[in-house]
Design a protein around this ligand. Structure first.
Ligand code: ADP
Length: 252
């Protein structure tokens, strides 16, 4: 830090983006960039456009107005999926596909080996990923037999095996038992310490204020974007989350 060459390439850059599924915009005039190494949480009430924004960032949706770039390319054209690890809400892991944890994590190597055989060094990467997320002891267990938290760890391990540098998580601890949630966020923190960029879509504000470095608070528009400490002290919380429960007539 502080060096003259510390010009950073944004992993994600959203400029003046509007998007609606119908004529009514769901997100309006969103601009934000996420740099390598950040730990950013996107928060907002239900229906505030968090998942929509994430899909715009990942190029799964195209903006009606404005531009979305991913690793310096138009997001919808970006196709090096191995750089991005995606952990969905209720990672419900195909009930009809009773594969083991190791097999799930092995899939992370596919973009690197084609669909060919994994070499010994590929398997080392798989084993290291399992170890990093604390799932070595469950490697041969079927994903369908895991707890919610264990399953999410398995999906993170798959991303690590793929050598993803951006981890995108959409409310990853929904359905995860309370005792495992804290450990899960600790794991994200340690991955971030190792240089992995974390983009967390989260409804649980406590989790966000405890762990993320930066908060983007959304309710159709960006109400706040800045360091977590400033978010905690700001009125963005009341303004955004208050917006859905405000009684009519108390406008200031
Ligand atoms: P959040 O993730 O914050 O709960 P979403 O991005 O899922 O918010 O939803 C924002 C708004 O867009 C909501 O009003 C939702 O009903 C609407 N929406 C989401 N997905 C679709 C879709 N596929 N088609 C039409 N409307 C949608």
């Amino acid at each position: 830090s502080g060096s003259p060459s510390s010009v950073r390439t944004p992993l994600i850059e959203i400029d003046n983006v509007d998007f609606g599924y119908t004529a009514t915009p769901v997100v309006r005039d969103i601009s934000l960039r996420i740099d390598a190494g950040e730990y950013v949480a996107v928060v907002g009430p239900n229906g505030s456009g968090k998942s929509t924004l994430m899909e715009l960032m990942l190029g799964l949706l195209e903006p009606d107005q404005g531009t979305a770039q991913l690793f310096g390319e138009p997001a919808h054209k970006f196709d090096d999926g191995s750089r991005i690890g995606y952990v969905a809400q209720h990672a419900s892991a195909s009930k009809e596909m009773p594969i083991t944890v190791r097999e799930v994590v092995k899939m992370g190597r596919f973009p690197h080996v084609g669909f060919g055989r994994l070499s010994d060094s590929d398997w080392d990467i798989v084993d290291r990923a399992l170890d990093t997320v604390g799932m070595s002891a469950f490697a041969d267990r079927r994903v369908t037999q895991l707890s919610g938290g264990q399953r999410q760890r398995a999906f993170i391990a798959r991303a690590l095996a793929g050598e993803a540098d951006l981890l995108v998580l959409d409310e990853p601890t929904v359905g995860v038992d309370a005792e495992s949630v804290e450990a899960f966020y600790k794991l994200l923190e340690s991955l971030n310490d190792e240089g992995i960029t974390i983009l967390l879509i989260e409804h649980d504000l406590a989790a966000v204020t405890d762990h993320a470095d930066r908060v983007v608070c959304l309710n159709g528009e960006v109400y706040f974007d800045g360091p977590t400490e400033e978010f905690v002290d700001s009125d963005a919380l009341a303004r955004t989350f208050g917006a859905v429960t405000t009684t009519p007539g108390d406008a200031t």
